[in-house]
Design a protein around this ligand. Sequence first.
Ligand SMILES: *Cc1c(COP(=O)(O)O)cnc(C)c1O
Length: 455
Amino acid sequence: SEAMECWDENMFRLLLPRIYQIICAINEKYCQKLSVYYSKEEEKIAQMAVIGNNEIRMANLCVALCRRINGVSNLHADILKTRIFKGSYQIFPQKYLAITNGITHRRWLALANQGLYHLVREYVKGDILKDYRLFEQILPYKDDKEFCKKYEKVKRNNKIRFAKYIKEKQGIEVNPESIFDVHCKRLHEYKRQLLKCLHIIYIYQKIKKDPAYITTPITFIFAAKAAPGYARAKEIIRLIHSIQEMVNKDPDMDGKIQVVFVENYCVSVAEILIPAADISEQISTAGMEASGTGNMKFMMNGALTIGTMDGANIEIAERVGQENIFIFGDSAEGNYNKKMYHTYNPGIIFENHPGIRDVCNCLIEGNLLRYGNRKYSEIYQNLLFGEYGEADPYYILADFPSYIETYEKVYHLYVDHKDEWINKAIVNTAKSGYFSSDRTIEQYNEKIWNLKPVK
Ligand SMILES: *Cc1c(COP(=O)(O)O)cnc(C)c1O
């Protein structure tokens, strides 16, 4: 629903009278066409119409006019076909495609991570800039000691580069020996920066009780902008800063964990941040992230993903194998059922997990107030009771226990089996060629534009 804008019909008519006339004409023709297929199903036609309930529906307008509809990942294409545009799909199945998004490896490898690019070139025959298929040639070197050492050194240098950047820009000192756990993307509730916030509070409270819970330090790095009118998103940015205050001011933390919020997130920042990441946070509510492309950038640059079965994460998992990615949480189908049958009850999770209860309570009392100096009652209220009589539609507490458990596996792999970690990172880089936008564009040429490549 994030991308399916609806405009108020009266406002539209006043501001854009001529375009309104045209849209009315389109709607009329389209509904006539639909009535050929759905002659006695008034309600179905009303749902599919471009104008309805005094709103102009941009997504339905697109569906009415276009020749092809791309779901941008396999999962999301299926959601379009079976739910969102079901009526249209049943009439025009050949319109619908699943061509997974991609990223340009010229920018996200060769330009952003010159160390890794030169290493890959050294071990690959042919010009990888022109042929994304060559990535796979580094796969056998995952067991080559020398290659692994060089690969690890590249990551180290990228972490040092980010440390210098953040020192210069924001005056923050970070420890390049720590694990860089990165959550960077637009600030939106469905992307669940809030789940990551709760998790940091959880680790904070664990360390308070048992200082040995964390041995190798972790730096939690956020970068995100909120849209100007999105008050809840801005409140979450405030919460990140309060957690930062609480964690960084507490002497008990003793350098074990640190929280950093990178200002002014943009492509230039991403180019420095993503190559420095050890952990890639791709934790959207399953069913809500159409594809994601940040996930692909991290993978190419050798970060391991902790993520839900959503968007292109699913296809990353298919390519690297279950042992080289960390999947947690409920599926898109599971979340859909929670929504349809109203079975989500966060109160039960709150009552049954003392650790989670303490995290929630921290939003409104205790150290977040003392150090962070601010209360987050609205967020607390929302997690537990939802809004407008509807439980939290992002199911944050539902996936929280599974996230905690999976994160412990991620952490212990890094701490206790660093060589295995490097192996898995190399597999991720080696399998990332598929996510080059060159592959995406090849498929668009084949399936949409009917173009043949030229020499
Ligand atoms: C890649 C990119 C995104 C998209 O990231 P997702 O994790 O897929 O949401 C957003 N902003 C910037 C600056 C990016 O480089």
